[in-house]
Design a protein around this ligand. Structure first.
Ligand code: SAH
Length: 232
């Protein structure tokens, strides 16, 4: 019987610092997902789309002020070229004033086929890029980083580990914190007794139903204590 092949999620990342974002895709679960062809990640160097005499990608702010702004032309050329070959579900811009990233958004993004992620730098991109080319803006938290590369890697990692087949024991990703609106229960591994520090007896009982119940109770307890906001 012919094996059913699912077309992988394809993520095209536009950056001025390709080296900065390569490493997160070269290790662990994310690397294995790429090797298994469950996801394709293309890192595109914006410098290849630079124009003008000085091949610059940024310029001074209109109206004055400190800090450089990424120019519209190279970004527009790059996105337009990508769009000629593929239809994209979203053209994402990583930005501290975007929608706050969470597990729900990761779940939704994991259902897409083609994504572009644009990483900003300096003061960010010319506003017209956001107005005319970007369909979704994502922030990974209320703080400012120097570039969109680390945020893009965070989003990609969270999305990629959700793709079917990426984590061998599929239930594993589903029992992570936030997935069911609760934090994960505590976990233990060998030895059962380390210098008198013992694991809870229930985990040695072999009674999976009671273990499940115990874990669920611990999840609720932990969520109530640490993140009561999640229970509302
Ligand atoms: N002047 C901008 C910050 C620019 S930081 C402002 O105040 O909003 C430079 C780039 O880093 C941004 O263009 C964005 O791509 C990225 N970045 C910084 N912090 C981020 C965050 N919390 N989430 C997502 N991207 C972020």
């Amino acid at each position: 019987m012919k094996k059913k092949t699912v077309s992988p999620l394809c993520i095209d990342i536009i950056t001025v610092l390709p080296k900065l974002i390569e490493s997160p895709f070269q290790h662990s679960i994310v690397k294995r997902a790429i090797d298994k062809k469950l996801v394709k990640v293309n890192i595109i160097n914006l410098r290849d789309y630079s124009t003008g005499k000085y091949q610059s990608l940024d310029d001074y702010m209109y109206g004055g002020g400190a800090g450089m702004v990424m120019m519209i032309e190279p970004i527009a050329k790059c996105i337009e070229k990508l769009k000629k070959k593929k239809t994209y579900d979203e053209v994402i811009y990583m930005s501290p004033d975007g929608e706050l990233f969470d597990q729900k958004m990761a779940n939704r993004l994991s259902l897409n086929k083609n994504l572009i992620i644009l990483c900003g730098h300096y003061k960010g991109v010319d506003e017209r890029v956001r107005e005319y080319f970007i369909t979704k803006e994502i922030s990974i938290g209320n703080y400012v980083l120097s570039g969109g590369e680390l945020p893009a890697a965070v989003v990609c990692d969270a999305v990629i580990r959700l793709l079917p087949g990426v984590i061998s024991d599929e239930t594993s990703a589903l029992t992570d914190s936030f997935q069911d609106g609760l934090l994960s229960p505590p976990v233990y591994t060998r030895p059962a007794d380390y210098k008198g520090m013992k694991i809870p007896d229930i985990l040695l009982s072999g009674n999976t139903k009671r273990v499940d119940e115990w874990r669920h109770e611990r999840s609720i307890e932990r969520t109530e204590k640490r993140r009561p906001d999640l229970l509302k």
